[in-house]
Design a protein around this ligand. Structure first.
Ligand code: CU
Length: 67
């Protein structure tokens, strides 16, 4: 089922972070699209994927997700 969830990544500060998180999420099964808003430190993840998997992938890349 297609859904969209938004995650706040507390230490996402620049385009380098965006690139790292893109790399971490793009390859996950189910992820269809990503949209970043650096100003408010948010990433919107569209696709059929559980938030647990998304959060773990972001954390494994070295970032902190506000839950
Ligand atoms: Cu950065």
């Amino acid at each position: 089922m297609m859904k969209t969830n938004t995650y706040k990544v507390l230490n996402m500060n620049c385009n380098h972070c965006v690139a790292n998180i893109t790399k971490a999420l793009k390859g996950l099964p189910g992820v269809e699209d990503l949209a970043f808003n650096l100003k408010v430190k948010e990433v919107e993840v569209q696709g059929d994927i559980s938030s647990e998997v998304v959060i773990k992938a972001i954390e494994d890349a070295g970032y902190d997700v506000e839950v």
